[in-house]
Ligand binder design. Structure first.
Ligand code: ACO
Length: 333
């Protein structure tokens, strides 16, 4: 028995924050942002929308497309770096509540932008062991809640959104999640970090005054390691599975920076047509970026049943990973 990705869904908030809007907020220009990142605009959740609202809406779509009832879901896992609450309850529990799912395991994982790849790895293990049958996985982020809109090195990069998928089982290898590799190295933790509000720097007036509740990133150092790691990941998973780059139908890298995607794509010789690119309209939505990109391709009929997708992610931790996944959902119509 194999695990299968049976459906994809996504939700993007309505409010759009353009580069021109950011020009009025920090010392930056549309030209700089476009040239250095490829981002033109990003979505920002409204003040009364929280992460679980975004995750809930993406989940509704994924559940409906999988053709199952909510009471058939036997586990809910959410990847997020911007949970509804810092410690508890989990965002997964809040999504379950909103969906009306009762009496099933629901928990969050923290793997930053690699969150969705980690989710696939977890769901695959639970399904293939026979422990669970229909798992809802959700990457959901209201990153705007942990961004300092006076810090031009981060505020131009990130956006809000969510993506969700149903993972179930199959006996057909042609619709299976073939493999996932994922890893982490905490030695790089300081390069991409939200230093405040945890046990290290608890919520206290001085810490808040020092803006420790906001994300900090040593962008240029992260950039170089990201390119190298994302490239090595792909080489490793393709070699391990004896698959050539030509056999990949769609390459879906984490959407952090157009230049990172382009460097990895060209090193690995994937064509532009085969590479997911949503960075210009959504920015970096962390754990939601891969499922949001997958959903975009799906709705544009660029992913169909049986297609071999290669997912590739890198993020804070550092964490990284890639996955070889056949799309097992119905074609979009
Ligand atoms: N507007 C104008 N100038 C800027 C801005 C801005 N928004 N931000 C920085 N600059 C300036 C810097 O101050 C610097 O000026 P200086 O040369 O006078 O010192 C200059 O532009 C170059 O800065 P760099 O940081 O070297 O710019 P770089 O080309 O590296 O681009 C960026 C920065 C976009 C952040 C890039 O490094 C990047 O994308 N990094 C990786 C992001 C990533 O992959 N993160 C991992 C996933 S995210 C997650 O897990 C949450």
């Amino acid at each position: 028995m194999y695990a299968a990705l049976r459906s994809i869904g996504s939700y993007v908030p309505k409010n759009i924050l353009t580069n021109y809007d950011l020009e009025k907020m920090v010392e930056t220009t549309n030209e700089w942002i476009t040239k250095r990142t490829g981002i033109k605009e990003r979505r920002i959740a409204s003040s009364d929308e929280v992460t679980s609202d975004l995750g809930y809406k993406a989940s509704l779509q994924a559940i409906q497309r999988a053709g199952i009832r909510v009471d058939e879901i036997d586990m809910v896992i959410c990847a997020t770096l911007s949970p509804d609450y810092l410690t508890m309850p989990s965002t997964a529990a809040m999504i379950s509540k909103k969906l009306g799912i009762k009496n099933v395991m629901a928990f969050d994982i923290s793997a930053a932008c690699t969150g969705f790849v980690y989710l696939i790895s977890l769901a695959k293990a639970f399904v293939e062991s026979g422990a669970k049958k229909n798992i809802l996985i959700v990457g959901a982020e209201k990153i705007s809640s942990i961004i300092d809109y006076e810090d031009r090195s981060t505020c131009i990069l990130f956006g809000d959104g969510a993506g969700a998928a149903i993972i179930d089982s199959t006996e057909d290898k042609n619709e299976a999640i073939l493999d996932v590799i994922a890893s982490a190295d905490g030695n790089y933790g300081d390069l991409l970090i939200t230093p405040g509000c945890g046990s290290k720097n608890p919520i206290r007036e001085d810490n808040v005054k020092d803006k420790l509740q906001y994300m900090k990133m040593a962008g240029n150092e992260v950039f170089k390691i990201a390119v190298k790691t994302l490239t090595n990941d792909v080489i490793e998973i393709l070699q391990k599975n004896n698959i050539s780059p030509e056999e990949i139908d769609i390459f879906i890298p984490h959407q952090a920076n157009f230049r990172i995607i382009e460097a990895v794509r060209s090193k690995l010789n994937f064509s532009v047509e085969k590479t997911a690119l949503t960075i210009s309209k959504y920015g970096n939505t962390s754990s939601a970026s891969i499922p949001m990109a997958m959903n975009d391709l799906y709705e544009n009929k660029k992913i169909k049943y049986g297609d071999l997708m290669l997912l590739d992610a890198f993020g804070g931790g550092f964490t990284w990973g890639s996955a070889l996944v056949r799309f097992a959902g119905k074609n979009f119509n």
